[in-house]
Design a protein around this ligand. Structure first.
Ligand SMILES: [Fe+2]
Length: 206
């Protein structure tokens, strides 16, 4: 039976974001975190001011839970339905954020320069102190207009976005919490004050 996640696609079309707390059982999220830790140890890290990050492309049989976690019928159907055209799972990124004096570009409200549908999973319990994913409700249209106007990631200086900061909502949730969002939604994350955040996300682009 083909999965048609109509409700999720409708929510994404309306709000640009869909959140499900406890999408994965905590035990499953913990097991995925073990693989994520191995990947951070074994794979080449890329420069990330907030902590450690690795990108995985395509199949990764050495991480059996991560392999196919995103490139599966459910998420591919959501991405196809939302884009309303066939599109491709591109990569997944594992991040481990911890307290740091450095600021990364994603610590400022922004919409991504390169548009994607992003599926984001917390791998540990995340509260307001450990760098929750945060977003501005109702901002997807604004973010889309900014992206199409050709800005070059200078959003940290963008006064309208500083104003939007009053409206930011933190996504607090247990390990296994799922956030699917258009990267046009104005968002930020990863500023850890206390504790740490483990997360994994996948991207789809046409
Ligand atoms: Fe982003």
């Amino acid at each position: 039976m083909k999965i048609i996640p109509k409700h999720i696609i409708e929510t994404l079309n309306k709000d640009g974001i869909y959140i499900c707390k406890g999408f994965l059982h905590k035990v499953t999220a913990e097991e995925i975190k073990k693989e994520a830790k191995l990947a951070i140890l074994n794979e080449e890290k890329y420069d990330y001011s907030f902590g450690d990050a690795v990108k995985l492309y395509g199949k990764c049989p050495q991480y059996p839970l991560i392999n196919g976690l995103f490139d599966c019928e459910l998420f591919n159907a959501i991405a196809d339905g939302w884009y309303d055209m066939p599109n491709k799972y591109e990569s997944s990124i594992i991040t481990h954020e911890y307290k740091s004096d450095n600021m990364a570009s994603n610590s400022f409200l922004h919409a991504d320069k390169n548009h994607a549908l992003s599926v984001f999973l917390y791998l540990n319990d995340v509260d307001e102190d450990c760098g929750p994913f945060s977003y501005v409700p109702g901002s997807v249209g604004y973010g889309s207009r900014l992206r199409m106007s050709g800005y070059k990631n200078q959003l940290k200086q963008h006064k309208d976005l500083l104003y939007l900061k009053e409206n930011v909502v933190d996504v607090i949730g247990p390990a296994g919490t799922l956030v699917i969002f258009s990267t046009d939604v104005i968002h930020m994350g990863g500023c850890v004050n206390n504790g740490e955040r483990w997360a994994i996300r996948g991207h789809w682009r046409p």
